[in-house]
Design a protein. Structure first.
Length: 292
């Protein structure tokens, strides 16, 4: 009966694991709903802001604002530093979600360094920070307190210093590595260049705006707001992508545990049946021997 006891022990372990993964799946589903609501709420404002900028920015105005200028490359006397902001989760058990974001960040770092830039890496989330610390790479800044409590003010705090450095001519660019949330089962790693601000495109025809006081004063306020909003949107979409990936991973783990339970139960039943058959055969054989 040693094998039977071993199978029963494995069945208990698998059942306990299935309970844990099922609970984590339910928790991730609940948090995913709230995260999706934040994504949906952020999109209309971001699109409206993008449309206004697309209507206001023109080549003449672009030359007046540092956030719109494209610096020369290092070989031609431009800034030699660039910044990358990597957004990952604080936790795991989410499949390849974090590793895909880290892979995208490594590719961007290699590309910038290959172009001659010294790159300052800023990490939001424990997984990205832990990975690059393991590699021994210095980090310019680390934030691990934003993931479940994302606000527009905190997003603004993330990039305030980067905006100031860019306007002062110390940075050539600022790139944001984040997840682009498409659905509960799809969140793709994405690189968004937040500085310099490229004039949004896609609209045809210039509306007849009445600008007060003037386009320059409005752009002075809208450009930093646009950058901060892009960072906020990247944060909320990364959070939603993480919970979608975690829910999918935990559902797959729960389903796999159920299949393993069925296989172990069948094996246990066959083992038990074989043992009972052997015991019956021994009893019948013993009775026959006594009668003979």
């Amino acid at each position: 009966m040693a094998k039977g006891r071993e199978l029963k022990g494995r069945m208990r372990a698998v059942e306990n694991t299935r309970k844990i993964t099922r609970t984590m799946e339910l928790v991730a589903t609940s948090k995913l709903k709230r995260a999706q609501d934040r994504v949906v709420a952020a999109r209309p404002y971001a699109e409206a802001l993008r449309d206004v900028l697309a209507d206001l920015i023109n080549p003449d105005l672009a030359a007046q604002f540092p956030m719109l200028r494209h610096p020369a490359p290092p070989a031609k006397g431009g800034p030699t530093r660039a910044a990358v902001v990597l957004m990952t989760a604080n936790g795991g058990l989410c499949g390849a979600f974090n590793s895909n974001l880290i892979k995208e960040a490594r590719h961007q770092l290699e590309e910038l360094e290959g172009a001659g830039y010294t790159v300052d890496l800023h990490c939001v989330g424990k997984r990205g920070a832990g990975f690059f610390r393991y590699l021994g790479r210095p980090l310019a800044a680390v934030r691990t307190d934003l993931f479940d409590r994302v606000t527009a003010d905190e997003a603004a705090g993330l990039v305030a210093d980067l905006i100031a450095q860019y306007e002062a001519g110390k940075l050539a660019s600022v790139d944001l590595i984040h997840a682009r949330f498409k659905s509960a089962i799809s969140a793709l790693p994405t690189v968004t260049r937040i500085l310099p601000v490229d004039a949004p495109s896609g609209k045809t025809g210039r509306p007849d705006y009445i600008l007060a006081p003037n386009a320059e004063a409005i752009l002075e306020q809208l450009l930093p707001l646009y950058v901060r909003n892009t960072v906020y949107r990247g944060l909320v979409e990364t959070v939603a992508g993480f919970y979608g990936a975690q829910r999918t991973a935990m559902k797959n783990a729960t389903d796999n545990a159920g299949e393993l339970m069925d296989a172990l139960r069948r094996t246990y039943n066959r083992t038990r049946q074989a043992q009972i058959t052997q015991e019956i055969a021994e009893i019948v054989g013993g009775a026959a021997a006594l009668q003979g």
